[in-house]
Design a protein around this ligand. Sequence first.
Ligand code: GAP
Length: 490
Amino acid sequence: MAKITKLDDIVALCKRRGFIFQSSEIYGGLASCYDYGPLGVELKNNVKRAWWKAVVQMRDDVVGLDCSILMHPLVWKASGHADKFADLVCECRKCNTRSRVDHLKDGPDAGPVAEHTSHVSVGAGGWDLSKKVCPACGAVGQFTEPMAFNLMFQTQMGANVEDAMTVFLRPETAQGIFVNFRNVLDTTRVKIPFGIAQIGKSFRNEVTTKAFIFRTREFEQAELEFFCEPGTDEQWFEHWRHERFNWYLRLGIRKENLRFREHSKDELAHYAKACVDIEYRFPFGSGDWQELEGIANRTDYDLRQHQRGMKTINAWIESGKDLSKVTLAPEAEDYQSGPLSYFDDQKRCRYIPYVIEPSAGIDRSTLAFLVDAYDEEEVRGETRNLLRFHPPLAPIKVAVFPLVNREGMPDIARNIYDDLKRYFNCFYDDKGAIGRRYRRQDEAGTPLCVTVDGQTLQDQTVTVRDRDSMEQVRVSTSQLKDYLRDRLEL
Ligand code: GAP
């Protein structure tokens, strides 16, 4: 029976084994920023690879893209992020700490509140803060009126004071895809329905960060914008919600830890007609279930908005490149045939496509894979810590050991290691007792260990030991690569 995992156990293991470190740790750390260590970067890369394989490589209707983090400021005016991408915050009158209004908990006299992980829409009123507790000092009902706090990070671009301009670090990767829609149409043979996928960093000046890498200010997203004909959007929404749910299951997440949560109308982001979250039962927070990925029906909102943005350039230059003084140009009456429209040459009609967007967090899913894989079990009176990663996600696929450092065993083991590392990420270890070497690999999540022993010298077979069952089988060295490939599903 799998043990109930605590987040503290995961954080300790991540630090101990070099998966994840606090950023700038030797300077006391930088809040909500994390660095991936030698095992962590392999795990995270494998998560990205698995996403890219499922969403791009295995499909005929999706192409990839890699856009810059800094984009033209008008992108964010058109997308709505400059005006609407904000959290409602209030300030404690006692200690001046700012908190997200929807994250505040009621005092002891009131019932529990549900915590949503997405950002609330600004302008949503009706918050009764009289029973809410300040998470910093414990004062009850001592809050200012809620106010909007924009989550985009700003920076200055350009060295000359006269022409330097304020630009934003992207808060989602999606907009890079929308503004390249025309480029992709003009340079490839894609036809609707088709998708454009991207993995990359996003930045949000989150008011509350929490739970290790769950919500940070710098994070990585894997987003697909799937363009389809209006009227087929609901069918594609269904398609993608199931595709994405099954992706997590195929990579080993236990079904009982995964569920859908439909967004209610008042929770929807400013661009969405419908949205469903895939939630994972994380070992923290109220009620445990937290958003892992969102699948949204963004309609034709973004492409229409960028058509308006393209016509706003002159107003922006006249404003002195000050976004706060710019009003977005009105939508043209013939917007359906605008520059970001699509011509269907079979049906001989032109329209602005609808978009279905599955948007996953790479760091958040890496945390879910870590939590789900973590296990502790008693073996002969000792506790064995292990990460039961699905093989394609495991940072190290195969560890190779000589049983002892004599009788030619190290040379044979080295040769095997040098051969195998051309195909998989391998690790060579000749230090310490064999049992300890196995335990270290269990804790790193390595699915298979290969040991060269006395029998190898006689019959050219090696021991292959399975991480989960600890069972050992003998395999001929000439068959070893194919055997391992098969077992690793690679
Ligand atoms: N383009 C749509 C979009 O960005 P979102 O629900 O705000 O939608 C999508 O973000 C996913 O990105 C989330 O489900 C989550 O996995 C991840 N994510 C969002 N904010 C995050 C943060 N501050 N830290 C880590 N991951 C985050």
